[in-house]
Design a protein around this ligand. Structure first.
Ligand SMILES: Nc1nc2c(c(=O)[nH]1)N[C@@H](CN(C=O)c1ccc(C(=O)N[C@@H](CCC(=O)O)C(=O)O)cc1)CN2
Ligand SMILES: NCC(=O)N[C@@H]1O[C@H](COP(=O)([O-])[O-])[C@@H](O)[C@H]1O
Length: 303
């Protein structure tokens, strides 16, 4: 069954210029053998509308080098440019539905060495969102999930698990993804799916609490503090184990937009810190089931 909705580097656009079409064909020629080589299912359909970026070739070559190194050295301590202390570089999947500013900050952190990992795929329910556009321009494959209801070719949760396992994804980071993650995916990635929420959970979380709705509710409540929460994902919205939080003040005359901007600024820093801890294997679990982050500077300190 050909899967129509696995889109690499953006959705197909019939108005694409002839130059872009030629470039898209070049990417298809380049990517399919590579993706097939690393075992990415051959039923991937190739639809692109972004102009070909030279860094795509470098990215794919870098991944190919790492894949080949992994073959000959064993997965454990394959290192790319900067060897880290025997910790395997992790593969990340990021899920978005909107602009993707958290996605971008994590991606930049993987490129500048702050996060010891690579974003190998973006998953979104909105093929034309800002996050998908950014992924397209950076040569990051995009999977659309869930498919729109009117699509005859349904790409199931099980198909998504196959695709993510094919890409050897270690961790899934939700960053503004607005759909419920299905149980099949949660079972396939135990203690490996995180979400960032723009309030101090458990307050102002759950179904209906997303985006500006959260900040409006915080202001209307008279709360004096808010801030981002990063938590593990379970089968309900926002009820998983809390891993990290940051606090920001709610000012007397704050608009929802002003509060949102203050919280988002902290989100970007917090998600990079947490992603770094995840990829460096600095997450431990307390006996009562609370996850802790081991300090990089002082391994005897946890938060
Ligand atoms: N199984 C889980 N899936 C998801 C979780 C989770 O904790 N467990 N977190 C959400 C992210 N999120 C808050 O952080 C969240 C996202 C969306 C909603 C919501 O009410 N969505 C609406 C639909 C909105 C839309 O389609 O535009 C709804 O379900 O009616 C609440 C919280 C990601 N997935
Ligand atoms: N309940 C989920 C939720 O509201 N998530 C929020 O969506 C925004 C996505 O921004 P981004 O796309 O710029 O990263 C972020 O503020 C994130 O906390």
């Amino acid at each position: 069954m050909e899967i129509q909705n696995v889109i690499l580097r953006g959705s197909f656009n019939p108005t694409v210029s002839s130059v872009q079409t030629r470039k898209a064909r070049l990417f298809t020629k380049l990517a399919v053998p590579f993706l097939s080589e690393i075992g990415f299912p051959k039923w991937v359909s190739m639809k692109c509308d972004c102009s070909f970026h030279s860094d795509t070739k470098r990215n794919l070559q870098r991944c190919r080098n790492r894949a080949q190194k992994a073959e000959c050295k064993g997965i454990s301590d394959v290192e790319e440019d900067k060897p880290k202390a025997k910790i395997r570089r992790k593969n990340l999947a990021v899920f978005v539905s909107g602009g993707g500013s958290n996605f971008r900050s994590i991606h930049e952190a993987t490129l500048n060495g702050s996060v010891h990992g690579d974003i190998v795929v973006l998953v979104t329910n909105k093929h034309d969102c800002g996050g998908a556009e950014y992924a397209c321009c950076k040569g990051i494959p995009v999977i659309v999930f869930p498919t729109r209801k009117d699509k005859e070719d349904v790409f199931s949760a099980e198909d998504l698990v196959i695709a993510l396992k094919s890409l050897k994804v270690d961790f899934i980071l939700l960053a503004g993804y607005l759909k419920l993650i299905p149980a099949a995916l949660i079972r396939a990635y135990p203690k490996a799916i995180l979400n960032i929420h723009p309030s101090l959970l458990p307050a102002f979380g759950g179904k209906g609490y997303y985006g500006m709705k959260v900040h409006k509710a915080v202001i209307a409540s008279g709360a004096r503090y808010s801030g981002p929460t990063i938590h593990y994902v379970d089968e309900q919205y926002d009820t998983g184990c809390i891993l990290a939080q940051r606090v920001v003040p709610v000012l007397a005359k704050d608009t929802a937009e002003e509060l949102a901007a203050r919280v988002l600024h902290e989100e970007h820093k917090l998600y990079v810190e947490v992603s770094a801890a995840l990829c460096e294997e600095r997450i431990t679990w307390r006996e009562d089931g609370v996850p802790l982050i081991q300090s990089k500077e002082n391994p005897n300190n946890y938060r």
